[in-house]
Design a binder for this molecule. Structure first.
Ligand code: 13P
Ligand code: SF4
Length: 301
């Protein structure tokens, strides 16, 4: 009898999260898959995350419900140009955000997620390394600004977080009385991050909400993908939690790739094991990609 595990990212719709054995951020899902060995993993998330799960669990079959669920940080990065860039800075340490293709990961020395990037880059600077950071320009710019790093940055963005807008936030804040907070994911643009009361990974943002002890009448704006607002509101139904505005003033913003994980496709994958199987990674590429990933996994914060 095959052991089957369904994993869902926080950015999927609530109905899909309810079909999963475990819901989490990208790092959490990969670690959960490692700890709870399964023959077949149905991964309701995006392709780079499913690839990471496969690299960490090569003996499991990993199935993504929809072939098209990619990520703009992956599609905006031309691998040949990235290799040239890496070559240009060959004496630098290359830190790559986990939101990257396998080919991208093998060019790097360290993989990071938004949960551990600050500590890992601080560590590298503390031992005298010069660092290049890819692919997220916004996250890199924030790290350089906040911690005084001088990392060279690759130029790609998350098409979802990049839409949050500081001007619209100011406008909204001036219309609302009482206390207000803004918490943001570091993939957001720097002007938005500069206005934030807290900046953290999806996991960190959720924890911030869970532990919020301020005035319950406060309005809390969240600059990240809308899916996680479901988790936030379920954990703290007493709070007024709203999504931050984008350039059009709309308080709406969702990842089209995460939303490709429809209830129908996830159920079909669970029943018939069909979808897009991550079965194209050679042993050689898995062997190369695991090196920077394991560096991250073995790094103790
Ligand atoms: P996490 O690594 O926090 O799950 O975030 C992934 C992501 O795609 C953010 O937009
Ligand atoms: Fe990629 Fe942005 Fe979607 Fe996250 S929210 S998967 S970074 S496009």
């Amino acid at each position: 009898m095959n052991k089957i595990l369904t994993l869902a990212h926080y950015y999927t719709i609530p109905e899909v999260q309810k079909l999963a054995d475990h819901v989490g951020d990208s790092l959490d899902l990969a670690l959960y898959a490692k700890e709870n060995k399964a023959d077949i993993i149905i991964f309701a998330g995006v392709r780079f995350m499913a690839e990471t799960v496969k690299i960490i669990n090569p003996s499991s079959r990993v199935i993504l419900p929809d072939y098209n669920s990619t990520c703009s940080l992956v599609t905006m990065t031309d691998i040949d140009k990235l290799k040239e860039w890496r070559q240009k800075y060959s004496e630098y340490t290359h830190v790559a955000y986990i939101n990257s293709s396998v080919e991208h990961k093998v060019t790097s020395d360290w993989i990071v997620t938004s949960r551990n990037v600050v500590e890992i880059v601080k560590y590298l600077y503390s031992i005298g390394k010069k660092v290049i950071y890819s692919p997220d320009r916004n996250m890199g710019a924030y790290l350089n600004y906040e911690y005084g790093f001088d990392m060279k940055l690759w130029d790609a963005v998350c098409e979802v977080h990049d839409k949050f807008n500081a001007y619209q936030l100011d406008k909204l804040f001036s219309e609302i009385g009482g206390s207000k907070y803004l918490i943001s994911h570091p993939e957001s643009p720097l002007p938005v991050l500069k206005k934030s009361n807290f900046i953290g990974s999806t996991h960190g943002l959720l924890n911030w909400i869970v532990n919020f002890k301020g005035d319950e009448k406060s309005v809390i704006f969240v600059a990240t993908e809308e899916g996680i607002l479901y988790n936030m509101k379920s954990k703290r139904p007493d709070l007024d939690i709203r999504q931050a505005p984008i350039y059009s003033g709309c308080k709406c913003n969702s990842c089209p790739y995460m939303k490709m994980n429809t209830v129908e496709l996830v159920k079909r994958a669970q029943k018939e094991y069909v979808g897009f199987e991550i079965d194209y990674l050679s042993d050689d590429i898995i062997k190369q990609a695991i090196i920077p990933i394991e560096r991250m996994l073995n790094f103790k914060i």
